[in-house]
Design a protein around this ligand. Structure first.
Ligand code: GLU
Length: 294
């Protein structure tokens, strides 16, 4: 099997240290496996897309020596593929319209006393058996099959989630008419032949539902590795665009790379250029994470 990895940033702002950790780990894992590394711009969520951010991300990656293979995939241009996947599931009776408002969903989860480990409130299935009279479908949900999803995360070890109970029937097409991240990511990973996902640990809780969806679409779920999130030393909050994390300073590429490398738990490499750093780091990464590496 030829390794295919990907980095899939949402263009809601420039890369910061937290997103660099995910980009670097996924680049290193692809190179250490002699694989391909794809870039996918996840601009399905158009209200969150910031004009010019995708171009900034590309130039930041180039400045750090993190070159990608092949053409960039833009999710905003993949509507037809998402529609096809949606139709295929709908034909099998796996999708239903949901008329609940956000408020109603939160209230029914509270009544049921549910909140899962990530503080998410699962959908309790109010519209599963059909819309109440006079109600119109707002969003479209996947009828999640029962069962516990188990997988091994290459960083975090064995994982499991009962998607039906912890998450519930999740949204594939949103009330605002946009495709949901979960559908887009699964359809694209399958279409691009992605074998390995390396990304930040905040997405660990999405993995089980993505595996369920991949299988329903006849795809083999990729292997996963969720790498540590970087937190702000003062607030303790995860670095994110929403929390105002500063953009990477690409005038100091070595400093940025070394900081991301340290956040991944490695000792400093101390070489002069990004090219030398990436060469050395690929070897060290292979020793730790690639089976049979020298
Ligand atoms: N677009 C997502 C983000 O920027 C990442 C999706 C993924 O790696 O699966 O958080």
């Amino acid at each position: 099997m030829t390794y295919v990895g990907r980095f899939a940033p949402s263009p809601s702002g420039p890369l910061h240290l937290g997103s660099l950790v995910a980009a670097l780990a996924s680049w290193l894992d692809a190179r250490a496996h002699g694989g391909r590394w794809l870039l996918r711009i996840e601009d399905v969520d158009t209200p969150r897309t910031v004009p010019g951010a995708a171009e900034t991300i590309m130039s930041q990656l180039r400045a750090l020596g993190l070159h990608w293979d092949g053409d960039i995939v833009w999710q905003s241009q993949r509507g037809e593929a998402y529609q096809q996947a949606f139709d295929a599931l709908a034909q099998r009776g796996l999708i239903y319209g949901c008329g609940c408002t956000r408020r109603e969903i939160a209230d029914s989860a509270l009544r049921g006393g549910y909140t899962n480990a990530d503080g998410e409130r699962p959908y309790t299935g109010t519209c599963r058996a059909g819309l109440a009279p006079g109600r119109q479908a707002r969003a479209w949900r996947l009828r999640v099959p029962p069962g516990v999803e188990t997988f091994t995360d290459r960083w975090l070890g064995p994982q499991q989630q009962d998607v039906e109970h912890a998450v519930g029937d999740f949204v594939l097409k949103r009330a605002d008419g946009l495709w949901a991240y979960q559908l887009a990511v699964v359809v694209d990973d399958a279409a691009q032949g992605v074998t390995d996902i390396v990304r930040g640990a905040d997405l660990l809780s999405s993995t089980a539902r993505q595996r369920v969806l991949a299988r329903l679409l006849g795809a083999q779920p990729p292997r996963v590795m969720h790498v540590p999130l970087v937190t702000d030393p003062e607030s303790g909050l995860k670095l994110s665009k929403q929390n105002g994390a500063p953009a990477l300073d690409t005038r100091q590429p070595m400093l940025m790379l070394e900081q991301a490398w340290r956040a991944l738990g490695f000792a400093p490499v101390q070489v002069a250029t990004p090219e030398k750093f990436l060469q050395r780091a690929t070897l060290l990464w292979a020793r730790r994470f690639v089976r049979h590496a020298a």
